[in-house]
Design a protein around this ligand. Structure first.
Ligand code: CO
Length: 134
């Protein structure tokens, strides 16, 4: 059911500092920061030859990653994103298998302008999984 790895997301407190590491130290190509108020984050994508890294920082009050960056002041891997062909079919299959969908259970439009949803880490080996319909 799942397809390609779309990205690995790293949550950080200081997005500018994280970008400097990836751009200047690691020599990567980055997108411009994209505020996503509906997700409570600002994201930058690091473009790699075979995938992407998403650098994300809290945006606004009550950001869903606020507690994560408090627990991980140096930043940390927050989620992995897999591509799916049909996000509603994938969601229903996962729910039938006992996986919990975060939020209201309905897909939202993600940073690539495509439907995404997130799954609870307790059901998936301690890792938040994002599904993105491509
Ligand atoms: Co993501």
């Amino acid at each position: 059911m799942i397809g390609r790895l779309n990205h690995v997301a790293i949550a950080v407190r200081d997005l500018d500092a994280a970008c400097a590491i990836y751009r200047d130290t690691l020599g990567a190509t980055l997108t411009e920061p994209l505020p996503q108020p509906e997700h409570g984050v600002t994201v930058v994508f690091v473009n790699l030859p075979n995938s992407k890294v998403e650098l994300m920082a809290p945006l606004g009050e009550g950001s869903p990653i606020e507690s994560f960056v408090e627990r991980n002041p140096n930043g940390g891997v927050h989620h992995v994103c897999y591509e799916v062909d049909d996000i509603l079919a994938a969601r229903d299959r996962l729910k039938a298998g006992g996986a919990r969908v975060l939020g209201d259970g309905e897909p939202k439009i993600g940073a690539h302008g495509k439907p995404v949803l997130f799954l609870h880490p307790k059901d998936l080996n301690g890792t938040v999984v994002e599904l993105e319909q491509v």
